[in-house]
Every structure is written in structure tokens, then in C-alpha cells.
Design a protein around this ligand. Structure first.
Ligand code: TXA
Ligand code: ATP
Ligand code: FE2
Length: 531
């Protein structure tokens, strides 16, 4: 089978020919390079208008030269249906419809973000990996479960590449900024910047303002670049590890243009090596926006009969990857695995040794993190965990007794609680209890910071909260809402029928907590993330 792919969501006017027999992907791209500033949607669309026809024509010549028999020997035309810049998408959509019409072949509408992840799965041969998409306009973790890609974690503000590009615009560097920051960082010394991870979500706005301020205050720009990369990529690596730990899988793939960064790839490889997981990063030509990934996913969709009629083929600038019905994978496949049960549990952050009555938790150094950042995070989190585990007990939320704490070594000793993680024993009553517990600690002025189903222990009559290492005192409704969001995302990402669990959880929160928090939660969920 041979598929033509067309990509043009933002900057890359690209066409490709994919042959399923040989697995060969031929890509022809023409990038749009703004004269100054960032991407201008109108200029980008003008670029697409002239560049798409020419890259498509080059690919059709190639199809002609390599055709088996008469005609172009093309079975379908796949195109990026979204997300992306509306004016660009519309040009690509029109080009794809007209090409499919001319060739009299079906049209396949591909979600660009799912293509970024499927190319990694395809090239690696992994079954059901977690995928970290690190692109310009996005940054999220995806895992397949029950017919859809679930978002396990994502940026709460801008995409990772856009965050870096905004920093370089402040320095008047030309677009794109990512490669320039990578180069300057090589000459710099690590500089401390804010680190923001909430469960498997993260945000870049605080770190970006701090980085700009640092440059304005005279900190050498190469040091800020080094600090920026160390911090942002450590955050992405940490959330990727959290997703591996939550799902129990041991396969990670990388997607997106920022994935071309050597330091990010090295950190992810090191994290996976340290925890015994397999890691795959596709070649750079498949990481940055390209039509090859559109053609490869297009072929899988076409083989599954997943084509679109012309009236259904409208583009969608906000097309989320979790909206895509995944027709090309089996319903029984899943990213969720049963975690190995043994005396020592490897969480995302720590190694936990459980005996009959006690649990010893060790935050061992992470080889992927800069030592200064690693020391700081391990000590801060160990201290916060001891303090907030006890503070929660004092306000009546079941938590383990803290027997001992050593922040320098990153070690804690706890009472052993519960018989299972909530992840392995989900039920509405337990979710309701978690809702009440979170409302109670919020009432006491602090957040948990990472309330996933793996950080709740259940057993006898009680539901315990554990792992307060990311918690902190705050009176912001937004921070409380994020706790709810993290819990709901961990349920929605792994449960087959999340709706009754989520409504029980929210009704538990409502029993004790403030209504403004649930209202803000809706706001957090509805926020457009593609900036
Ligand atoms: C929706 C779609 O249009 C969008 N595409 C996109 O963002 O292009 P992509 O090729 O995946 O990523 C471009 C980003 O990748 C960054 N980038 C490129 N090389 C880099 C490097 N060596 N280090 C860090 N960032 C790099 C650029 O600075 C830019 O922000 C997306 O996938 O989110
Ligand atoms: N006090 C405890 N009693 C019983 N089991 C525990 C206790 N503390 C931890 N565990 C077990 O160890 C696992 C990992 O612990 P914890 O969540 O504290 O580590 P972590 O590395 O921070 O994990 P993650 O970051 O992935 O949530 C828990 O999911 C739970 O199964
Ligand atoms: Fe992209």
C-alpha cells in the first residue's frame, strides 16, 4: 500500500510518500522562517499557499518514478486535520481534498499530535508505550487505553517549544529559539530557576519570567540557557517517569520538535536506563513537523477503513488527541500494566521498601538531573512530605505515622497503611473519601500536589493519603483546583468507566469543601492549551 501524506499545521509545508511494503518514507519539506519575531499566522498561511503545491508535486513525481505499473500507485491521501493554525490548516485541507479527488482515492484525516506519537511507536516496535510529545505548541503525556489515547499529563500554559521561543524573542534571537538555546547552554553553568510539577502536569510561565528577569539582571545568557534546559527537561523527564510508574509500563517514546534536543533525549534515556525501561526517540526528520508521520498513521487508519468523506473533512484548530477514536488498535491493548509486586517498589521518585509494619522511602539521586537541582528537590520534597503527612493527620485525614526523616539522605520511615493502592481497587466510595480528604486539607490551607490513584492507599474501612512530597501551603483556589484535576486525570487516564468514580469524588469534595474550587476545576479543564 502507498499513502501520500500532507502536513502544514504551522511552519512545515511538507509532503511524503509512505510504502507499507518496504516501510520506506520519503519526505519533502519547505519550512517557513519568519523574518522577525515568532510565527505570524497570516505569513505562515501565505507560505503554505505557495509551498504545499510544490512539495506535493515533488512527491507525486517520486510516486510516478517508483510506481509499480501504470498510474501513480497511490491508495489514499492523508492530511493533518488539526490541531494547528486555522489559516494554515485550511490550505492543507483544500490541497488534500483536491488531490484525493484528482487521484480518485479516499481521504484520511489525521490528528497531528497522535501522528507525533504513533511514529515513535511505529519506529520502535513497542506495543503500548507512554508517549511524551514535546513540540512547539504542545507538551503532554499520552497512553492508549480502552480505544483512545488518554492525556496522562500536560502543560497548564504554553507548549514547551513556544515557551523556549518566547524567551529567545526577549533576547531578539531569530525563530526558532530551541536550537540556539541548546547551543548556548553547552557553554554555560547551571543557574537555579523555579521548578513546577503538579502530579503529571507542569507549567512553564513562572520559569520563563524568572529566566527573562535573570538575563535582564545581568546573569550570563549561557548560564540562563543551561539552567532553563536543565530545569524544563528535568520537569518533562520527571513527569514521563511518573507516567511510567502510574501505568506500570516500561516503554517510553518521544515525539515533537523539541525532541531533537540532545540534552532532553539524554535525560530521558538516562531515566529509562535507571529504572530498567526501554526508550525510543525517532530520528530528527520524524520528530519535527513532517508529512512522513502523517502518511504512516494515515496508512494504519486507511487499513482500518478509517477514511473521511469530503463533508466530514473540515479542519479543527483545537483537535485534541484524546478526541480521536483509535480505530487502528485493538480495544484490549492498553498502556496500563499490572505493576510487579515485590518487597521493593519503585515509584516515580523513590524506592520504597515495605515490611510487615514499616515502609522505608528513599529518594535516591536521579542521574538525569543536574546535581544541584537534584539535591535541592530531594531535600525539599522529603521535608515537605514529613511535615504535610503529619499536618494532614492532625486535621483528621488518615495518613501514615512518620517515624523518622533525614532530608539530606532523602529518607523517610513511615507506618505501613492499607492493603492496596487505590489504582488497584477503584470504587466510588473510596473516590468519595478522597474528595473529602482533599477538601479537608485544602480547608487547612495546603495542597497534596500529587493526588493520583497510586498515592492513595485503601484497606479496612479507611482511605489513606500518602506521598505528600509535592504539597505546599497556599490559599489560591487555582492550586486547590489543580489537586482535583490531578486526581481526575489519573482516574480518567486509567479507568475503563471513569464517570461514576469522578462524580463520587466531586460529591465527596462538595460535602466538605468550597464550591469555588469545583467551579475553578471546570475552568482549568476547559482552558485552551494550544498557545
Ligand atoms: C500543532 C503543530 O503545528 C505544532 N508543531 C510544532 O510545534 O512544530 P515542531 O516541529 O513539533 O516543534 C517546533 C519547536 O521545536 C523547537 N526545537 C527545534 N529544535 C530544537 C532543539 N534542538 N532544542 C529545543 N527545541 C527545539 C523549536 O524551537 C520549536 O519551538 C505541534 O506539534 O505542537
Ligand atoms: N505508608 C505506606 N504504607 C503502605 N504502602 C506504601 C506506603 N508508602 C508507600 N507505599 C507503597 O509504595 C508505593 C510508592 O510510594 P510513593 O508514592 O510514596 O513513592 P513515589 O516514588 O513518590 O511514587 P510516585 O511518585 O510514583 O507516586 C505506593 O504506591 C504504595 O504502594
Ligand atoms: Fe508538531
Amino acid at each position: 500500500m502507498r499513502i501520500v501524506g500532507i502536513e502544514g499545521t504551522a511552519w512545515a509545508a511538507s509532503a511524503a510518500l509512505y510504502d507499507t511494503e518496504t516501510d520506506e518514507v520519503h519526505i519533502e519539506s519547505d519550512p517557513y522562517q519568519p523574518d522577525s519575531g515568532g510565527l505570524h499566522p497570516r505569513e505562515a498561511a501565505e507560505h503554505m499557499g505557495s509551498a504545499i503545491p510544490s512539495v506535493v508535486s515533488t512527491i507525486l513525481d517520486r510516486a510516478d518514478e517508483t510506481a509499480d505499473g501504470p498510474g501513480l500507485d497511490v491508495d489514499a491521501v492523508a492530511f493533518s486535520q488539526g490541531p494547528g493554525l486555522g489559516p494554515c490548516l485550511r490550505i492543507v485541507g483544500t490541497a488534500a481534498r483536491s488531490l484525493a479527488g484528482t487521484l480518485s482515492v479516499p481521504l484520511v484525516g489525521v490528528n497531528h499530535m497522535v501522528a507525533h506519537l504513533e511514529i515513535g511507536r511505529h519506529r520502535s516496535g513497542f506495543d503500548s508505550p507512554v508517549c511524551l510529545n514535546a513540540s512547539g505548541a504542545n507538551a503532554h503525556l499520552l497512553g492508549y487505553h480502552d480505544g483512545r489515547y488518554r492525556i496522562l499529563g500536560e502543560t497548564m500554559d504554553t507548549g514547551v517549544g513556544n515557551a523556549i521561543d518566547k524567551f529567545t524573542r526577549h533576547l531578539d534571537w531569530s525563530h526558532p529559539g530551541g536550537p540556539k538555546v541548546e547551543q548556548r547552554a553547552r557553554e554555560g553553568e547551571y543557574y537555579d530557576l523555579p521548578y513546577v510539577v503538579k502530579g503529571m502536569d507542569f507549567s512553564f510561565s513562572g520559569i520563563m519570567s524568572a529566566a527573562k528577569d535573570a538575563v535582564d539582571d545581568g546573569v550570563p545568557v549561557e548560564d540562563v540557557c543551561a539552567g532553563l534546559q536543565e530545569t524544563i527537561f528535568a520537569m518533562l523527564t520527571e513527569v514521563a517517569e511518573r507516567a511510567l510508574s502510574l501505568t506500570g509500563t516500561d516503554e517510553l517514546v518521544l515525539g515533537g520538535g523539541v525532541g531533537q534536543n540532545d540534552r532532553l533525549r539524554a535525560m530521558l534515556a538516562s531515566m529509562c536506563e535507571q529504572r530498567g525501561a526501554d526508550f525510543h526517540a525517532p530520528e530528527p526528520r520524524f520528530l519535527r513537523d513532517n508529512a512522513g508521520m502523517i502518511a504512516v498513521l494515515g496508512a494504519k487508519m486507511y487499513a482500518a477503513g478509517d477514511t473521511v468523506s469530503i463533508p466530514e473533512s473540515a479542519v479543527d484548530p483545537d483537535f485534541r488527541p484524546d478526541e480521536v477514536p483509535v480505530t487502528w488498535r485493538g480495544d484490549a491493548e492498553s498502556v496500563v500494566r499490572d505493576p510487579a509486586v515485590s518487597g521493593t517498589i519503585r515509584g516515580a521518585e523513590a524506592t520504597v521498601t515495605v515490611d510487615r509494619e514499616r515502609v522505608i522511602k528513599r529518594r535516591l539521586p536521579k542521574a538525569y538531573r543536574h546535581p544541584a537541582l537534584d539535591d535541592r528537590l530531594r531535600a525539599e520534597r522529603t521535608r515537605a512530605e514529613a511535615r504535610l503527612t503529619s499536618a494532614a493527620r492532625r486535621v483528621g485525614v488518615p495518613t501514615p505515622v512518620v517515624y523518622d526523616v533525614d532530608p539530606t539522605e532523602g529518607t523517610l520511615v513511615f507506618e505501613r497503611v492499607g492493603d492496596a493502592d487505590l489504582a488497584a481497587a477503584l470504587g466510588p466510595d473510596r473516590c468519595r473519601a478522597v474528595g473529602r480528604h482533599l477538601a479537608t486539607i485544602h480547608g487547612a490551607g495546603f495542597v497534596h500536589g500529587d493526588p493520583t490513584t497510586r498515592n492513595v492507599r485503601v484497606g479496612d474501612e479507611r482511605t489513606y493519603l500518602i506521598d505528600f512530597g509535592l504539597g505546599y501551603y497556599t490559599d489560591h483556589v487555582e492550586d486547590y483546583a489543580m489537586d482535583l484535576h490531578v486526581f481526575e486525570q489519573s482516574v480518567a487516564g486509567t479507568a475503563t468507566d471513569p464517570a461514576p468514580l469522578l462524580s463520587a469524588f466531586e460529591s465527596g469534595y462538595e460535602d466538605v469543601g468550597d464550591d469555588a474550587v469545583r467551579a475553578r476545576l471546570r475552568d482549568v479543564e476547559g482552558r485552551g492549551r494550544y498557545q
